[in-house]
Write a protein that binds this ligand. Structure first.
Ligand code: SF4
Ligand code: FES
Length: 258
């Protein structure tokens, strides 16, 4: 069977959150999405709906996107109550319409969290993540040019864990999925990927203290071990990073009492 013959056309009903601006009251609006090709991505489906809305002289649905390859972390939507939709380890830009059945109704909402105010429709302001990164998510030591690899050995286990944590794309699905609106998985991923390698250990204490303080200041909630963040994460970042961050935080607090 050729790939072409496997694609189908389906009809869907979309209930989409529309909100004109940060301070305006939002509401759900219903749209028919007819003849959706199952080979389309979710965002391509929204593009087609928007084309129709534009031709009708209506305001298209605002949604965030950039790479559409699952790497930039821009796309964000809660579909039928699940951040990034139903597929594990998948961003909404990589979600395809073949995962839906003809006649289904999809409820599409923005990330909902105090620290991510809605800008318009499905677009939220995630600059709180940038400010957390500015508080410590970097190394400021002079590393010079790339050293010969064997001069700075990193245990295989640590390099693997650091690379796993570095996969976080900063999308914010963990916050949207958490009943407390906690950013612990995001912050823990950033703290881990830096502190697990020697270059990041120099500033490890100030980093974890400053990033956690900024996270609290930005209005994110606390972690109560729901594991919803890990389930929603398109990069399948493990909650073990949160445990590592908590250990680092306790150690750093003990050594740097207020
Ligand atoms: S931890 Fe996962 S869900 Fe959270 S920001 Fe990073 S990639 Fe997105
Ligand atoms: S648009 Fe870049 S990750 Fe989805």
């Amino acid at each position: 069977m050729s790939l072409k013959s496997m694609s189908k056309k389906i009809n869907l009903t979309l209930k989409v959150w529309r909100q004109d601006s940060k301070n305006s009251k939002g509401r759900f609006e219903t749209y028919d999405a007819n003849g959706v090709d199952t080979d389309m991505s979710f965002l391509e489906m929204l593009d087609v709906v928007n084309e129709k809305l534009t031709k009708e002289g209506k305001d298209p649905i605002a949604f965030d996107h950039d790479c559409r390859e699952g790497i930039c972390g821009m796309c964000s939507a809660v579909i039928n109550g699940q951040a990034h939709g139903p597929l594990p380890g998948t961003t909404v830009c990589q979600l395809h319409m073949r995962n839906y059945k003809d006649g289904e109704t999809l409820v599409i909402e923005p990330w909902r969290a105090k620290a991510f105010p809605v800008i318009k429709d499905l677009v939220v302001d995630r600059s709180s993540f940038d400010r957390i990164m500015q508080a410590g998510g970097f190394v400021s030591i002079k590393t010079g040019s790339a050293p010969e690899a064997h001069t700075l050995p990193v245990p295989k286990k640590d390099s693997e864990l650091a690379m796993d944590a570095a996969q976080c794309i900063g999308c914010g699905a963990c916050v949207a999925a958490c009943p407390n609106g906690s950013a612990m998985l995001f912050v823990a991923a950033k703290v881990s990927h830096l502190s697990l390698v020697p270059q990041g250990q120099v500033e490890a204490e100030t980093r974890v203290l400053n990033m956690v303080a900024k996270m609290d200041q930005e209005g994110f909630g606390n972690c109560s071990n729901e594991y919803e963040c890990e389930a929603a994460c398109p990069k399948e970042i493990s909650v073990t990073n949160i445990a590592r961050m908590n250990r680092e935080y306790r150690r750093a607090s003990a050594k740097n009492p207020k």
